[in-house]
Design a protein around this ligand. Sequence first.
Ligand code: GLU
Length: 478
Amino acid sequence: MQNVRVRFAPSPTGYVHVGSLRTALYNFLFARHHKGKIILRIEDTDQSRYVEGAVDNLLDSMKWCGLEFDEGPQQGGEFGPYYQSQRLDIYNKEINKLIEADKAYPCFCSQERLDKIREEQANANLPIKYDGHFRNISPDESLKRMKSEAYVIRLKIPAPGETKVHDIIRGEVVFQNNLLDDQVLIKSDGFPTYHFANVVDDHYMQISHVIRGEEWLPSTPKHILLYEAFSWKLPEFAHLPLLLNADRSKLSKRQGDVAVEDYRRKGILPEALVNFVALLGWHPDDDQEVFSYNGLIEKFTLERVNKAGAIFDMDKLYWFNGGYIRNLSQEDYLKKGLKWLVNESLDTGSDEKNNNILAAVRNSLNTFSDIKEKVQLFYADKIEEYSEEASSWIRLDDSKSVFKAMIIEIDKYSELSLEEFKAIMKDVQKNTGVKGKELWMPVRAAITGTTEGPELPTVISVLGKEKIRQFVLQAIER
Ligand code: GLU
């Protein structure tokens, strides 16, 4: 494929929805796969939706996810500016062309009138649309009224007939023109609508493929009619399947975290999030699930994007992330983990101790924000809670003799490192005759409160003599 140019065109809302991340990612993968360009364009013409700091947040989230753009607000480029709010003169120039060609017209209808026809249509069970009231007034009258009255500019939808969308993912989708509205292109505040600015910019920026969420599919016939009104070449279209909750409702903020920032805050790794999001609606031709960026770029094609909605399985994301945490290099893991210890005010002040604590919990983390809960043991004076399984091990008669023997042995030492602990356990085994699982499970239960979780040797080296003694005594008392 030649000269691929795609764009990610968000309207910044203050946070980045995972659905937006997926759109950005698929555009990015498609561009890189075809050695094309990806452009970031900020669609900020809706003044009522302006949110302070939204663009910075967006740029920051994209960067965190490793998504790089070839052109955009930060990189610049020969098709800028990349903020729609800075392109108003272009939209003005283009709308005038449409008015002159009698393909667009000013509409002076008041909101009251629009509400009234809407109500009448609803009552009569008719499709809700503008009735074309100002479609055919004379250019002279238009000009006169434009000087003193508020107006919008609408597109003259050619009727009747149908408009076909050729979608790479969905095939051919046909829309009846008589159901389409004479859409507003320029609003009464002089700003373009999303539809108008989007089409003009895609043309100006020489976009070859429009890849976006399925919610935009109903807008596409309107866009195609606009391209036709301008006699511009159409880009190709690909509409990505919806993201759904487990109950198949549309993924929304009410059901839980949907913002990239939420996951970042919760200690999800960007590589894990990107890998997970890549699989929401796309899968390779085999069962591979774990991908690096380069792996995704190599394998990604729009042909392998599904039509059906993709379920956003939060548990899978956390499970996935756990795998990524275990795959980090030891050095990288400790560096990242230390940040979390510090954030949670759990820095012990000793590098060795911090590292041992982090190493002990690594296998039990699904995300870095689990650290707080998992490391508790190392900071507590007693075991706050025993798991059910731990309790039943502790209650066994054999376990009691093991604990008592342990206290006698522990008291022979002034300090307790791993070596000494092993020696103690050897003697305990000899003196009590208890061995194997029956020996180790109660010890683990007494010292950690659970029968799984952190590795015993690391726990021993971090806890030290006094705490181990205390925890074993606590188990005897139970
Ligand atoms: N500004 C639109 C959005 O927020 C862009 C849709 C499109 O890609 O055309 O999603």
